[in-house]
Design a protein around this ligand. Structure first.
Ligand code: ATP
Ligand code: MG
Length: 242
């Protein structure tokens, strides 16, 4: 049977990133409040202490507005904490994904050109393979960014991020616009990835299949669960019943 084009998945061999130190991030008494228009501040979280260790795949969970994206921005150094500190470990090279990155793509460039700009040393074949791994085949790669859907833009940004030799990925809702097949590609890539991951996603299948530790933000506090997503769920369900 001939599979339709989009189901013929191309596997891309990502190069192993250089190994980081065992402590990837050390947070101590971390707090963040955002400035308010009236001159005051809105406290999002405080008193967050803990260590993110090499090869952990951490799910950051919490309701809308709990502060997940804020926490990731602080980790990624995109905004300063209001108190406490974030110490990044030795030989850590971090990459950050958020929806905002989709808006930073150059609208007039094609997918191929965009990826090529990010890896000017790569051969045409390598770029085509990378695009293929993110489900852009044939003429797709000549589409301009300006006409792409949210899911297609996400795939472009993720391809560029994952091809870099990073050993720490900070991913804020990377699956947001992705269809099932693209989610699976991303999931498989992250499962094989031997660096460290901090991830926000509302996709439970994704969290169950990937996370080996869970950070829960609740009313400005961070609770750390030393187990996978099922462990977290078992703990929180039991709590609801008590
Ligand atoms: N740049 C900002 N300036 C001011 N306030 C902000 C800013 N970013 C977030 N906030 C506020 O901080 C709080 C936490 O927002 P955050 O985006 O971190 O939540 P979240 O857990 O990621 O939510 P969601 O699940 O909806 O993405 C919210 O009350 C939000 O309005
Ligand atoms: Mg968010």
């Amino acid at each position: 049977i001939e599979l339709p084009d989009q189901q013929r998945l191309i596997r891309f061999e990502f190069t192993e990133p250089p190994r980081s130190g065992d402590d990837v991030v050390r947070c101590e008494g971390l707090a963040k409040s955002w400035p308010l228009a009236d001159g005051g501040g809105k406290s999002v979280f405080s008193g967050v202490s803990g260590v993110i260790r090499r090869q952990e795949k951490i799910a950051v969970v919490g309701v809308n507005g709990a502060g997940k994206s804020t926490f990731l921005k602080v980790l990624a150094g995109r905004t300063k904490p209001s108190a406490g500190k974030v110490a990044i470990g030795a030989s850590v090279s971090a990459g950050y994904f958020s929806q905002h990155a989709l808006d930073l793509l150059h609208p007039d460039r094609t997918i191929f050109e965009t990826v090529q700009d990010a890896m000017p040393e790569a051969t045409i074949g390598t770029i085509r393979n990378l695009c293929g791994a993110f489900l852009f085949s044939g003429d797709d790669v000549d589409k301009r960014i300006s006409i792409l859907s949210g899911g297609e833009k996400s795939r472009v940004v993720l391809a560029m991020l994952l091809v870099r030799p990073l050993n720490f990925l900070i991913l804020d809702e990377p699956t947001n616009h992705l269809d099932i097949q693209s989610r699976e590609v991303l999931l498989e890539t992250l499962q094989k990835y031997n660096g460290t991951v901090v991830l926000v996603s509302h996709d439970r299948h994704f969290l169950r299949s990937l996370a080996n530790r869970v950070f829960e933000l609740d009313h400005g506090e961070m609770r750390i669960y030393e187990g996978n997503y099922e462990y977290y769920q078992s703990k929180t369900t039991a709590k609801d019943w008590s």
